[in-house]
Design a protein around this ligand. Structure first.
Ligand code: MRU
Length: 347
């Protein structure tokens, strides 16, 4: 397929413009772009996963902050306090992806230098451009991991729909494919919201990369049978020892890879490292509504009266990770030392 999907996140116009988000809840069947002009709409879009994926949430939050401050029209001397209030609202939208906090902190720091709406807008645009560049770098650093004839397994969606560029876990795949390397991909369907089936499969298929869906429980068995060359996943937050949170179902894949000596990589920009957290037990894990599990396409599938536990993420311990593919290079264990040596910003 050659026609491009609309941008995952876009700002139209200058300071008086508006935010556009591709509504990912409707993909792959319906392509609809949301036009957002106030922060409440941005928060709702983040909560409902119209925009999702750690880097894309960060970019959307930066623009959301611009909209929230703009609509409140604070006097110049109240602008920073106003921005802090709006940032707290955005931060509460989803707890696990640290890029949300990182982008908001970066915008608030910019206001410390120059407390104007114009400066805030410039910072939101800069975050957007930086996230695009980091995708390119992750792709370039990670593409050598994919050898001709490989079968790569991925979980959830860490592609163009999750970032401002080519993605994180999918960026090395797009880069290798552009270089003429031929391989195939297993995409976990990723229950309960099917980001793998709806989004990853869509992105890879449109690019012409052979992709087959897997039921989430199938990966370990195929890894054990030697049918998977390597696993690459994204991350929502990485503690400074290398433990990381990603979509629920990532940890079992890491266990299976360790048991069968299959390389397991996590691809993420340095903005996904949270240096304030010593280990993964401290990462806040979002719990989502039980109806995401008890219903399917709006229809109840569990017996009436049966509830569900719905953690949206799990934590993979650093000992199971072969390497982190970042925008500053591939980090090898021991990760705490590698993180210190790299340009991972402290918080
Ligand atoms: O709940 P989601 O769809 O926002 O979860 C997304 C993931 O878990 C991704 O793997 C992660 O954010 C990395 S995206 C580059």
């Amino acid at each position: 397929m050659t026609d491009r999907l609309p941008d995952t996140v876009a700002w139209r116009g200058e300071l008086e413009g508006h935010l556009e988000l591709l509504d990912q809840t409707l993909l792959p069947h319906t392509v609809e772009v949301l036009q957002l002009r106030d922060v409440a709409a941005v928060i709702d879009a983040i909560r409902r996963l119209c925009v999702r994926g750690a880097p894309a949430i960060g970019v959307a939050a930066g623009y959301g902050l611009v909209l929230g401050v703009r609509e409140r029209r604070p006097l110049p001397n109240a602008l920073r306090d106003c921005a802090r209030e709006v940032a707290a609202l955005l931060l509460a939208a989803r707890p696990t992806a640290v890029n949300l906090q990182w982008a908001l902190d970066r915008c608030l720091a910019a206001l410390g230098e120059e407390p104007t709406l114009a400066r805030l807008f410039a910072e939101a645009c800069a975050i957007h451009a930086d996230e695009e560049a980091m995708s390119r770098s992750i792709g370039e650093h990670g593409k050598a991991l994919i050898r001709p004839g490989a079968t790569v397994l991925t979980h959830c969606n860490a592609g163009r729909l999750a970032t401002a560029g080519d993605g994180t876990a999918l960026a090395p795949m797009f880069a290798a494919w552009r270089d003429g390397v031929r391989f195939r991909v297993f995409a976990d369907e990723t229950r309960p919201l099917l980001q793998g089936a709806r989004l990853t499969a869509l992105e890879l298929h449109r690019e012409g990369i052979p992709v087959q869906l897997l039921a989430d429980g199938a990966g370990a068995g195929l890894i054990a049978r030697g049918e998977v060359s390597l696993v690459i996943v994204g991350a929502d937050r990485i503690a400074r020892n290398g433990d990381f949170a990603n979509k629920v179902g990532t940890y079992p894949l890491a266990l299976a890879c360790a048991a069968h000596r299959v390389p397991f990589y996590c691809a993420a920009p340095v903005s996904t490292f949270d240096m304030s957290l010593a280990n993964g037990r401290l990462i806040p894990i979002e719990e989502r509504d039980a109806t995401e599990l008890t219903t399917l396409a709006g229809r109840r599938i569990a017996p009436a009266g049966v509830g569900a536990r719905n953690p949206a993420f799990d934590v993979t311990p650093h000992g199971l990770v072969t390497g982190f593919v970042t925008d500053v290079g591939v980090l090898q264990p021991p990760f705490d030392a590698a993180v210190k040596r790299s340009r991972v910003p402290g918080r």
